[in-house]
Design a protein around this ligand. Structure first.
Ligand SMILES: [Zn+2]
Length: 83
């Protein structure tokens, strides 16, 4: 799983959901805190938009595509692992 492509995908998700730049900044703050603490507790972009800090569960990496799911809203995200 590439952490850089995941972050790109999550920020894109916030934009798609109508998030403002301030909400992206808030997400980036939570993301940085999560990566400094543990790579396994990355924040859900969807929950972040409603002010909730919820964790994404890593499911698997298949054929260069990683899948994660929120433990709270159950939203599913997938993103490619480009080198
Ligand atoms: Zn969520």
């Amino acid at each position: 799983m590439s952490i850089e492509s995941m972050l790109k995908a999550m920020v894109h998700e916030i934009r798609v959901l109508g998030g403002a730049e301030a909400q992206i900044d808030a997400y980036l703050t939570d993301w940085t805190m999560a990566t400094e603490d543990s790579a396994n507790s990355l924040p859900c972009p969807s929950c972040n938009l409603i002010g909730e800090l919820k964790q994404l569960n890593h499911l698997d990496d298949t054929d260069g595509v990683s899948k994660v799911r929120c433990t709270y809203c159950r939203k599913f995200f997938r993103f490619g692992n480009t080198m």
